[in-house]
Write a protein that binds this ligand. Sequence first.
Ligand SMILES: [Zn+2]
Ligand SMILES: [Zn+2]
Length: 213
Amino acid sequence: MLDNRHIRIDYPVWNALTRFPLSNREMSCLMYIISETLGYNKSKVEIPLKSFVCSTGMSKDNVCKMIRKLTTQRIIFVSKKANRTHSTYKFNTTWPSWKTLLRQKAALQSKIMYEIKAKIRQRDNHTCMLCGIVGNPLGHLFHVHHIDFNQTNNKNDNLITVCKKCHAKSHTVAMKEKLSKMIISINKKANELFPNESFLVKRKKPILVKRNK
Ligand SMILES: [Zn+2]
Ligand SMILES: [Zn+2]
């Protein structure tokens, strides 16, 4: 049977949809809801769960998961009347009210972290501050270690460039204390030289050079 339906979506809504970070599975469920509603010029429609399963090829569990995610993001509204067996689905065309999930915040966070780390490596001349070996800024990048082990403390003082080997050794309480003390003394010196620009001072030398050979 030929299906001659057309789906009308306002351009700003379509545009928002294009930019909104949905997973393939979320998108698949959403497209199905859109075709069942706007495809029939309806704003909302009752859909049995098994129709989702047939149309998307996903398991019932996954369909439920995606519907929950789309609901949390306020991209769809789901309601169910007490006397009905199936839920009613509505595509929320008021796109400014869509909400991003935590995972997008996490993605943004990791992007910020990536930039912070790049700055720290640059500050430390791409050199491992513990053993002094020089890394390749264009090749494999050195790690940036949180001295106090707190991954959210991204202050300059708490971050240090280390090679992979030294990083492994950095996660001991003794090392944490040792590094904290050294940073304090370095900052003190830096503050004396450049009272306002302590963070801009490049570390020319590794702060701790291994003595055992
Ligand atoms: Zn670390
Ligand atoms: Zn090292």
